[in-house]
Design a protein around this ligand. Structure first.
Ligand code: ZN
Length: 120
């Protein structure tokens, strides 16, 4: 059976996965994976891409700064759950090179104080 470009899985139909934003973790959509290799069931949740709110910050030239625990390194540091979206001006003023970056809690608190907000 064919539905546009998605091949339905005989066992799992559209085989949906919930998409989570890699930045803020919010659910922002559903991926229909259809028939996978070996007709496997899709994972219930996938962290991939940015939600519209986070994407909007990046599209406007800003950056997303994610707070992580002090001393964390590597590709998947422990996140505290706080993040901020900063403007293009802020990004340029502080020479932030990447649209998405981690900042240790001690630095984050110095720069942003106790603010808690998510990108709009
Ligand atoms: Zn997001």
């Amino acid at each position: 059976m064919k539905n546009n470009d998605i091949f339905l899985s005989p066992k799992h139909g559209l085989n949906p996965s919930i998409l989570h934003c890699i930045c803020c973790g919010e659910d922002y959509g559903i991926a229909l994976l259809g028939k996978l290799k070996g007709d496997k069931e899709a994972p219930k949740e996938i962290s991939q891409g940015l939600c519209p709110k986070c994407q909007n910050v990046v599209d406007q030239g800003g950056a997303l700064i994610i707070e992580v625990r002090d001393g964390e390194t590597g590709d998947n540091p422990y996140r505290t759950g706080r993040l901020v979206g900063v403007s293009k001006n802020f990004k340029e003023k502080y020479h932030i090179e990447h649209a998405l970056m981690y900042m240790e809690k001690s630095s984050f608190s110095k720069v942003f104080g106790n603010v808690t907000f998510t990108p709009k």
